[in-house]
Design a protein around this ligand. Structure first.
Ligand SMILES: Nc1ncnc2c1ncn2[C@@H]1O[C@H](COP(=O)(O)OP(=O)(O)OP(=O)(O)O)[C@@H](O)[C@H]1O
Ligand SMILES: [Mg+2]
Length: 194
């Protein structure tokens, strides 16, 4: 898949997602929270990174509440100077700052950790296939962050409608272990805890 194909698919998929009705978004948000609960992963003390959903992305707020309710810890990504992501604890109501992409990140960074310190990382997707290949937003942030590490469990979060038959991964693309949609939790690649 060429760079042009990837750019075209990103544009088409975003246009499709932007057209979803508000009730479709909220139903999907509730569905993903339910699917995450049913995985059985959520345990007290588990470190789970999520993300601050962009307007066209599946809203993470209901899943976030479920994660906290299970006693697990919710983290949000923070842009780091080395062009990778760090992750800091975040609870609803905590202070945030808007980063250079216009995405809020936790202001308090005492709890900031690297991806390897997390148990589960929930990532936004633009598109995915059943093999766990992911198309993100094109910045390579998640690929750089996860390059060469076995931890954590890598989970994409997407509407079921974001599935495509096959993505051809680039050399640097890091595949997903699972994809969580409003309908199911797909197992794509085997995961063994490090
Ligand atoms: N491990 C890496 N080392 C160096 N550069 C990388 C690495 N991973 C990704 N990149 C760079 O990031 C760019 C964008 O990658 P890609 O198109 O896979 O983005 P993406 O997976 O959609 O984005 P994201 O990971 O932010 O969701 C690539 O063109 C590549 O130059
Ligand atoms: Mg990639």
């Amino acid at each position: 898949m060429s760079t042009d194909d990837r750019a075209t698919l990103r544009r088409q998929m975003r246009a499709k997602l932007r057209a979803f009705a508000p009730e479709v978004r909220m139903r999907a948000a509730a569905g993903v929270a339910r699917q995450l609960d049913q995985t059985g992963w959520l345990k007290p003390g588990l470190k789970v990174a999520g993300f601050w959903s962009l307007p066209y992305e599946l809203p993470m707020l209901i899943a976030q509440v479920g994660i906290e309710k299970a006693g697990a810890q919710y983290f949000l990504p923070i842009l780091h100077a080395d062009q990778t992501l760090r992750f800091a604890r975040f609870k609803a109501g905590d202070a945030v700052r808007v980063n250079r992409f216009g995405i809020p990140e936790p202001l308090a960074t005492e709890s900031a950790c690297t991806a390897a310190d997390l148990d589960v990382i929930l990532m936004p997707l633009t598109a995915f296939d059943r093999q766990g290949n992911r198309l993100g937003s094109g910045g390579g942030w998640y690929d750089r962050t996860l390059a060469g590490s076995t931890a954590p469990r890598r989970v994409g979060v997407a509407y079921a409608a974001q599935e495509v038959p096959a993505l051809v991964p680039a050399a640097w693309d890091v595949p997903l272990h699972h994809v969580l949609t409003e309908q199911t939790c797909l197992a794509c690649q085997p995961f063994s805890a490090p």
